[in-house]
Design a protein around this ligand. Structure first.
Ligand code: AHR
Length: 524
């Protein structure tokens, strides 16, 4: 079906009579004119570095092949972890990694993944393709990986098929410093020092694969498990209750109201599907322009979901003690042909870079409550940073976006005021063409991120700067010839950032943003 795409510019300005709203119709494929104001004296919340968190599950080739190849592999590796991927993750400054699932977590029994590797049991990964789970990657391997790339650890314990006792013993095994049998067993397995668990969540998607529970039932179980989730190394993890999804705020509501044990955050999951239909989600590469539009409209729903959940938390937790962690998000497409359907392997185009940057800009705006997010997933699964094929590795457009955004980790948010915005309209819905975010980074400089959400049109962005004496804006631009350009193993650098430089004149910065692009600039 052919969709008619119309365009409109909605200009919102303030005149002596109040707010003036004017809508003009324009022909398709034009240059959009946007005007924004940034006052660097108006700072907001800290953008927690954990907004840039990753999620890695025992799913498809995410862990096995993706990062763990084993010590006997021909692929160059350090203690079994492939070197190319390790180096790419180190440069990405991954702040935190969530493991071992996902749905997998609720069927994971920690004892399967410790001890001599050649003696570990082989299980069935019933969630993801029914394939063999060799347990070659377990507790020690996860914490070692985190230490190698300098990331914090976010552990998802088994509620669905485990027991409070099994969880408690795992925690003792990992954290005990005394001579308990479990601590001695850890030492015998090669680790003297306790492991550091920074974040801990109990169960996953309890409304679905985690046990098809009601929020009330889960909240009681959460209180029970959280009571017995003791650590012995002098540090307590941040405790996360597993929350809801989409427009359903009942999980946030019930969990925050029924809180009896330690609960520092509630999680939330939302995936962007081009079609909103789980049986035919839409293609990762060969998608029509209509699916570009529906993808943008669907990904922008994240903002309303966050607002609605924060409104619930503001009511139930006015002191702001409970964080809101979006610990699974990203684009979910139909699996690539010739791949195991249970492995969720998908390619990654410039559209994914635009999705990533748009969501990161949203997270920045709600940074007071949104203190962690974990894109799904780190390697070879869903909206991945990295894809591998045997000895080959490529960095996706999503990887480049996350890398360009590194200065926003732990930066202080600066609200961006929109003076004039163009909108793209599609099937009765419209979305803004440009998304912008600004922050004062730890290096003392102001950074601005700009995203052009249009599949076809350039945007001219006029930025009025206040409180800044900058003369120059330097940074990187990520774009591509087509809306579906991607990096392949034969051509891994089709989409990569290029340097840009713009002059700032009398506090004004004019930037041309190509269609489907992401730009991050530093003011000097
Ligand atoms: O990320 C893939 C799956 O999506 C996770 O295992 C589950 O939590 C979610 O439904």
């Amino acid at each position: 079906m052919k969709h008619l795409i119309t365009k409109s510019i909605k200009t919102v300005g303030v005149c002596s009579l109040g707010v003036l709203s004017l809508t003009l119709s324009l022909p398709a494929f034009s240059v959009e004119h946007i005007s924004i104001n940034i006052d660097t004296n108006q700072t907001g919340s800290k953008i927690n570095k954990n907004i840039y968190g990753q999620f890695t599950e025992h799913l498809g080739r995410g862990i096995y092949e993706g990062i763990w190849v084993g010590t006997d592999s021909d692929i160059p590796n350090t203690k079994g972890y492939r070197n190319d991927v390790l180096n790419a993750l180190k440069s990405l400054k991954v702040p935190v990694m969530r493991w071992p699932g996902g749905c997998f977590a609720d069927e994971y029994h920690w004892r399967d993944g410790i001890g001599e590797r050649n003696k570990r049991p082989v299980r069935v990964n019933s969630n993801w393709g029914g394939v063999e789970e060799s347990n070659q990657f377990g507790t020690h391997e996860f914490f070692e990986l985190a230490e190698m790339i300098g990331s914090e650890t976010y552990l998802n314990v088994n509620l669905g098929t485990g027991t409070a006792q099994e969880m408690a013993q795992w925690l003792e095994y990992m954290t005990s410093t005394n001579n308990s049998s479990l601590a001695q067993e850890r030492r015998a397995n090669g680790r003297d020092e306790p492991f550091k668990i920074d974040y801990l969540t109990i169960g996953n998607e309890a409304w679905g694969c985690g046990g098809n529970m009601t929020p009330e039932f889960y909240s009681h179980l959460y209180n029970q498990y959280a009571t017995f989730a003791k650590t012995y190394n002098g540090t307590q993890p941040v405790f996360v209750a597993s929350g809801g999804t989409g427009d359903d705020t009942s999980w946030t509501d019930v969990l925050s109201k029924n809180k009896k044990a330690k609960m520092d955050a509630i999680s939330f999951h939302y995936y962007t599907l081009p079609t909103n239909d789980w049986s035919v989600k839409g293609k990762a590469i060969n998608f029509p322009e209509s699916e570009w539009h529906s993808t943008m409209i669907n990904t922008l729903k994240m903002e309303k979901f966050i607002q609605d959940n924060i409104a619930v938390l503001d009511k139930n937790d006015p002191e702001g003690e409970i964080g809101f962690y979006v610990d699974e998000w990203g684009a979910w497409y139909d699996v690539e042909a010739d791949h195991n359907p249970g492995f969720l392997y998908q390619q990654n185009t410039i559209r994914d870079a635009v999705i990533a940057a748009t969501n990161l800009n949203i997270f920045h705006r709600y940074a007071e409550r949104v203190q962690m997010t974990n894109i799904a997933q780190m390697i070879n699964v869903l909206q991945a940073m990295i894809l591998t094929d045997k000895e080959k590795m490529l960095l996706t457009p999503t990887y480049h976006t996350f890398k360009m955004y590194v200065p926003f980790q732990d930066a202080t948010h600066i609200p961006v005021q929109t003076e004039q915005m163009a909108y793209e309209s599609f099937e009765g819905e419209s979305y803004p063409v440009v998304s912008a975010s600004a922050a004062k980074a730890l290096d003392g400089k102001t950074y601005i991120a700009l995203v052009n959400l249009s599949a076809s049109d350039e945007a001219e962005v006029k930025i009025n700067l206040q409180g800044e004496k900058a003369k120059l804006a330097k940074g990187q631009l990520l774009t591509s010839p087509k809306m579906n350009t991607f990096n392949s193993f034969d051509n891994p650098e089709r989409v990569k950032p290029v340097k840009v430089e713009h002059k700032v004149k009398s506090g004004q910065l004019n930037v041309k943003l190509p269609a489907h692009s992401v730009m991050v600039i530093q003011l000097n």
